[in-house]
Ligand binder design. Structure first.
Ligand code: FMN
Length: 367
């Protein structure tokens, strides 16, 4: 469409209709969600960072069966079988348009993706990290402000986004706290080429999270969402549940016991060796330098999240969320969500363009 304000470098390069990314979330960004978001005109990332290579293959092929749209894959280069996952992504370069990752890939790995025409779109939570990634050759950066779900920094999106926009020359995507078209219009006003959302897509019909857990997410208000360092030593945002309260209060022995129990369960499920688990854990977090307990907890975090978002067991599992979870009150389909965001962003952008020429209509809050 000529003059379509929502057609940006993001839609052009990623090949999606709207500048909206469904981010990777372990156990949540599964084929059903990637298919739902991509078919709705957004760009979905398959969360392969918690998958074994055979699982990643099966799920990637499931996405291909469900959509002919381009999509992305998230992984981290320290996970067991990372090389096989990279090969899998490269084999599917006709439809896998982008990869996302946190720390990890070196310039050589990024070069392999670029040679295959696959865009590298890492998520960054700090200016320095954004600059480092750009030096390594990535194509765009997704800036996640402190509001975001999962591991999170302390600088809010409103501060970090302009800082990163000033610091790098590649296109920048905004994430952390977005759920609606007002947010998309605001991100674009900052100079971002689009938004990326985790929590908002977790609470859609196509998200595989059991209804019982979705209902618990809907109940959480913004003051029922906490940041904890007790899970793996790195700040993470969670819905405050009875389990979270207990974890927050637990002392050193309790934390060790939990790390050990969760490691055992993880070992059983993945067949990984103890050494493999610890190696994966060390790689997963900043610079790999951390005490053993923290490394074990970090490797086992997915198990705790899985209990809630796969089994729907919020007595034994933790519910990662962004602050924005506190203002989400319903479960639309991906198509309903994307259509609503697009309509609202159009309305906001048109209102801004008309500023000074006619009275500004009141915005209708929609989460
Ligand atoms: C339940 C949940 C699981 C997540 N898992 C991952 C993950 O495995 N890898 C990752 O890079 N980010 C993960 N994230 C972060 C999201 O990809 C995304 O950056 C974040 O949710 C954006 O903030 P928002 O929730 O405010 O939209 C997770 C977030 C949530 C809510």
């Amino acid at each position: 469409m000529m003059g379509e304000p929502l057609h940006t470098i993001l839609t052009e390069r990623l090949g999606c209709r709207w500048p909206i990314i469904q981010t990777a979330m372990g156990w949540v960004a599964e084929p059903s969600l990637v298919i739902g978001s991509s078919n709705a005109g957004a760009f979905g990332f398959l969360g392969a960072a918690v998958m074994t290579p055979p699982e990643a293959r099966e799920k990637l092929l499931a996405v291909r069966r469900g959509t002919d749209k381009p999509f992305g894959v998230n992984f981290h280069s320290f996970q067991p079988g990372a090389d096989a996952i990279v090969d899998l992504i490269l084999e599917n370069k006709d439809q896998v348009r982008a990869v996302s990752f946190g720390r990890g890939p070196n310039a050589k790995m990024i070069g392999r993706f670029k040679d295959a025409g696959i865009l590298c779109v890492p998520t960054v939570g700090a200016v320095k990290h954004a600059q480092k990634m750009v030096e390594l050759g990535v194509d765009m950066v997704n800036v996640q402000g402190g509001e975001g779900g999962g591991h999170t920094g302390s600088v809010p999106t409103t501060v970090l986004l302009p800082q990163v926009l000033d610091a790098v020359k590649v296109p920048v995507i905004a994430s952390g706290g977005f759920a609606d078209g007002r947010g998309l219009a605001a991100a674009m006003a900052y100079g971002a080429v689009g938004i990326a959302m985790g929590t908002r897509f977790l609470l859609t019909k196509e998200s595989p999270v059991p209804d019982s857990a979705k209902a618990e997410y809907l109940k959480a208000s913004t003051d029922g969402i906490v940041v904890t360092t007790k899970l793996d030593g790195i700040p993470q945002r969670m819905v405050r549940t009875k389990l979270m309260d207990r974890i927050e209060k637990s002392g050193e022995i309790g934390l060790w016991l939990r790390a050990f129990e969760a490691s055992l369960a993880m070992k059983k499920q993945t067949g990984a060796s103890w050494l493999g688990l610890i190696k994966a854990a060390r790689g997963m977090t900043a610079h790999g330098a951390m005490p053993l307990k923290q490394a074990m907890m970090s490797a086992t975090m997915p198990m705790l999240i899985q209990k809630a978002v796969v089994d729907g067991d919020i007595e034994q599992g933790v519910m990662a969320t962004g602050v924005v979870g506190g203002r989400i009150g319903e479960i639309p389909s991906c198509q309903e969500l994307v259509d609503r965001i697009v309509a609202e962003a159009h309305e906001r952008l048109a209102s801004l363009a008309a500023l000074g020429r006619e009275p500004l209509p009141a915005s209708a809050p929609v989460a």
